[in-house]
Design a binder for this molecule. Structure first.
Ligand SMILES: Cc1cc2nc3c(=O)[nH]c(=O)nc-3n(C[C@H](O)[C@H](O)[C@H](O)COP(=O)(O)OP(=O)(O)OC[C@H]3O[C@@H](n4cnc5c(N)ncnc54)[C@H](O)[C@@H]3O)c2cc1C
Length: 264
């Protein structure tokens, strides 16, 4: 990570939160809204994550589950925490059922925040690339909100890939920002071509390679699987992108040496 980064340490605090909203955004993604107790003063940086403590198997043994906080701190609703949870497995389905039961019964759950080093910390005078696959858009949304707040004319290029057209649940939000802020661009990317929605398609790195000649000063935030993150960095290095200018949670939970040995 960049040594010149604007780093700040946030405290790790536990809150007993209520599930205020559980809303299907697509067939596979849910928006969850948590509310910290009255008087709580949430402190986190855009791009950090939290841990939910959930008794997913209903056996009295809670598990700690990481989710990116999708909203920046909003002074009009300072106790709100927004999450996007993908229902991509039997386990994720159980997580959502547990949250749904807490919501219906108006019960609280333990939430610990703030965690993660891949939060917004770079010089906004430099160009930025924000790259997300699937639910990785949660981090990009929060970071974009903070950039707009701090420096609305910052040079920011956002790329979000999904498998299908109907998975772009934040399309209106990002298109609105790209219309409103002259130096902010948003590019949705489909993994395979769709005749009904002629947008860019392919791997994220391919689309970015087509758009940029040089990436030497670019600061990049990447959120997705380790394959996507390391694959994108490697393919963009010949254009000048430096791994020391890249920020991702993957660096913490799957460092490159572990990733390389896991691949064999
Ligand atoms: C730091 C961190 C943040 C996470 N944030 C989210 C999140 O915001 N939404 C979500 O649905 N799951 C997130 N996850 C994954 C989540 O904790 C569980 O692994 C998942 O909900 C359990 O279901 P699974 O077995 O299908 O997940 P896994 O097979 O473990 O994970 C696959 C899913 O998690 C998503 N995911 C993995 N890491 C991230 C990340 N950093 N940010 C966003 N999505 C990620 C992937 O896109 C994929 O949909 C995060 C994981 C980590 C380590």
């Amino acid at each position: 990570m960049n040594d010149a980064a604007n780093t700040r340490t946030y405290p790790v605090v536990e809150y007993f939160c209520q599930v205020k909203k559980l809303n299907a955004l697509t067939a596979t993604t849910f928006e969850i809204e948590l509310e910290a107790p009255e008087g709580a003063e949430l402190e986190y940086a855009a791009g950090q994550h939290l841990a939910l403590e959930l008794d997913v198997n209903d056996d009295g043994t809670p598990q700690s589950l990481s989710y990116t906080i999708a909203n920046n701190i909003d002074s009009s609703r300072p106790r709100r925490l927004q999450l996007f949870i993908q229902n991509g497995s039997e386990f994720a389905n159980k997580i959502l059922k547990t949250l749904s039961s807490l919501y219906e019964n108006n019960e609280r759950l333990k939430v610990t925040l703030a965690m993660g080093n891949a939060y917004l910390q770079t010089d906004l005078a430099l160009p930025h690339l924000l790259i997300a696959a699937g639910s990785g858009i949660a981090k990009v949304k929060s970071i974009t909100e903070e950039i707009i707040k701090q420096q609305p004319d910052a040079n920011v290029h956002i790329y979000w890939s999904n498998r299908q057209a109907n998975e772009f649940y934040l399309l209106d939000t990002f298109e609105h920002w790209s219309n409103q802020y002259r130096n902010l661009s948003f590019t949705p990317v489909l993994e395979v071509t769709d005749p009904d929605w002629p947008v860019r398609f392919g791997y994220l790195y391919q689309v970015i390679q087509e758009d940029f000649d040089k990436l030497n000063d670019v600061q990049a935030y990447l959120c997705g699987s380790p394959q996507m993150v390391y694959g994108t960095i490697d393919r963009l290095e010949p254009k000048g992108l430096k791994e020391t200018n890249c920020y991702s949670d993957v660096f913490e939970y799957m460092p490159r040496d572990k990733f390389t040995s896991a691949k064999g």
